[in-house]
Design a protein around this ligand. Structure first.
Ligand code: E4P
Length: 219
């Protein structure tokens, strides 16, 4: 399973990258705004800064919602760096744009996916990644894992190459469960990536080992 970090914070991206297990980055307009990145030139510079830190796919989301502007915005983003993946919303104009981009060899991430029917359309259009938002489904009492299982089955049945990018991940068990049911990628906040390595028995065990070693040294 690939691990992406879900943030636009350069310091958090560096920290995750230093762990040595990072495969890519996802951003969205809310995450960019949270870092105070506004204005076309600053946004472009920020994506370039991210691409300099991580050698892997970096999703950059379009703001446009009509075909013509999604295409011109997406082509501009894709032209910034070979690792940029154009993130396109699951709307009618977005599906048309994904088809266009896939024919041009431009990588895409279809975002805001909440049903298997949406995922199927994105895969048919040739999306590189499809992002089911499992945390937001949890928020409305719907099982996001069932969506990923259904997507896995459909993509396997028809040998779609589109990768399932589990998004809106909130805690480490989301990641573990997504790995069990066959998501190709999990994009997580830094806190979730770091939580993956924590276990209280590890901390207690290490403290005991170090204390026993220190006692032995004193003898
Ligand atoms: C990533 O591609 C998504 O935009 C992100 O995971 C959404 O997460 P949220 O539901 O926590 O905002």
């Amino acid at each position: 399973m690939k691990f992406f970090i879900d943030t636009a914070s350069l310091s958090q991206i560096k920290e995750a990258n230093d762990l040595g297990v990072l495969d890519g980055v996802t951003t969205n307009p809310s995450l960019m705004a949270k870092e105070g990145i506004t204005g076309e030139q600053n946004i472009i510079q920020h994506y370039l800064d991210i691409c300099r830190i991580v050698d892997g796919d970096v999703s950059a989301e379009v703001i446009s919602t009509d075909f013509k502007n999604i295409i011109s915005e997406g082509e501009k983003l894709a032209g910034l760096h070979k690792n940029i993946v154009v993130k396109v919303p699951m709307i009618k104009e977005g599906v048309k744009a994904i088809k266009y981009f896939s024919e041009k060899g431009i990588k895409t991430n279809c975002t805001l996916v909440f049903s298997a029917s949406q995922a199927m359309l994105a895969a048919k259009a040739g999306a590189t990644y499809v992002s089911p938002f499992i945390g937001r489904l949890d928020d409305v009492s719907t099982d996001g894992y069932e969506l990923i299982k259904s997507m896995r089955l459909i993509f396997n049945n028809y040998k779609f190459k589109t990768q399932i990018l589990a998004a809106s991940i909130r805690h480490p068990m989301h990641v573990v469960k997504c790995a069990e049911i066959g998501a190709d990628v999990a994009t997580c906040p830094l806190s979730t990536i770091l939580a993956l390595l924590k276990h209280p028995l590890t901390d207690i065990g290490l403290a005991q080992f170090l204390a026993d070693h220190a006692k032995g040294e004193k003898k």
